[in-house]
Each structure stands twice: as structure tokens, then as C-alpha cells.
Design a protein around this ligand. Sequence first.
Ligand code: SAH
Length: 217
Amino acid sequence: MKELPQDSLRDKGLRRKLVQELEAKGIRDKKVLEAMLQVPRHLFVDSAFRELAYTDQALRIGHDQTISQPYTVAFMTEQLAVKKHDKVLEIGTGSGYQAAILAVLGARVYTVERIRGLHLNAQKILGLLNFHVRFFYGDGYKGLPAYAPFDKIIVTAGAPEVPPALVEQLRPGGCMVIPVGEGDQQEMRKVEKNEEGRVTEKNLGLFRFVPMLENKV
Ligand code: SAH
């Protein structure tokens, strides 16, 4: 028998404080803040980091990867402007936390991960929490052509460039948020495709991500 995940009053209290901190740092979208209030981030990190789960920092999740900083998750999700029933592709499932936030916002989430251990773990935790997300194991650089087009795409690993396959899989009127750059820091870009199919890019500032790796599954 699986134990039910624990979400104590203390966890809820810490979560509320974190959300206030995110608001103070400039996150305005009430729905995003509400989703961050709902998802128990401590269940997505190793129990050794439980005390740090509600601090605004990235944490190790094994396999040399990290769960993104809460501010980064909130910022990217806000930029994505997810609407109920939007079909959203996430590249880099990692812990599954970002996928859970998208699911709470009512998106139909498709998420791809190239490390099997993380892929399986995220499936387990989201299953326990009853979030419905579609999981794929493989190289997200190519996207998921069989399920395209997507209303929104979010890439949660630093990419050397905007992958052309992902731009192709974006629905006209849709957008993608993606950190680009191979060094220490990445430039957060918003790629928009208008109804005529014309693609434009905006720079949203500097962030720090683990790298997106191609063809290394
Ligand atoms: N969204 C995650 C953050 C994970 S960190 C969360 O909420 O926890 C980025 C993840 O991207 C890592 O798990 C890494 O293995 C994965 N990744 C990197 N390159 C990838 C690729 N080409 N395809 C799929 N996943 C990739």
C-alpha cells in the first residue's frame, strides 16, 4: 500500500509565505499564485531538502538536475498565460512540479523527460496527487510531432537555440517560453506565432538553468 502524501498545516503556512514572497518579487497573476499555493512543493524534492522546499531556490533532484526556483516557475507560467483546456507541451519534466502547476491551471499537459529515473518518479508523485498529465520519455528537442500542434510550449532546460521543431509544433496564436544560452546564464525568450504564422521573439531577462541536451537519451 502506498502512503498518502503528507501536507501538514506547517507546510501550508510555509507555502503561503513563499507565495507572498513571489508576489513581492513581481508575480501578479492571481491564478498562478493560487496554483503555487495549491501544489505541495515539498513532495517534489528529496525529503532531505524538506526544510528548504518553501525557500525561493532551485534544489537538487538527483541525476545532476534541479527543480527550478519557484520564482522562475511562477514567472514562466505567468508569461505563458495558460487558459483552461490549453494544450501545453513541457520539455524537461524533472520533478514534475511545473507540470503540476500547469495541470492545476486547467491545461492539458504533455511533458517530455530524457532521464528515465526522473520520468518515472514524476509519474509516481503526480499519480499520488491525482494530477492528470501525459508523460513521455525521450528527447524533447524534437518535441512531440504526433501530438502537435500545441497552444503553448514551455522549455525548462537551457537550450543552445530555439529548437525549430518546437516552433513548428506551435499553433498559430500560440507562444513558447524558453531559456536560451549555453553558458552560466540563459536569456529567457518568449516566442510568439501570430495567426498568420509569423514568428517573433522577445527577450525577458536572464535566468539560470541546467542544460538542455540533444540526442543523449
Ligand atoms: N520542470 C522541471 C525542471 C527540471 S530541470 C521541474 O519542475 O522540476 C530540466 C530537466 O530537463 C531535467 O530533468 C533534464 O533531464 C531535462 N532535459 C534536458 N534536456 C532534455 C531534452 N532534450 N529532452 C527532455 N528533457 C530534457
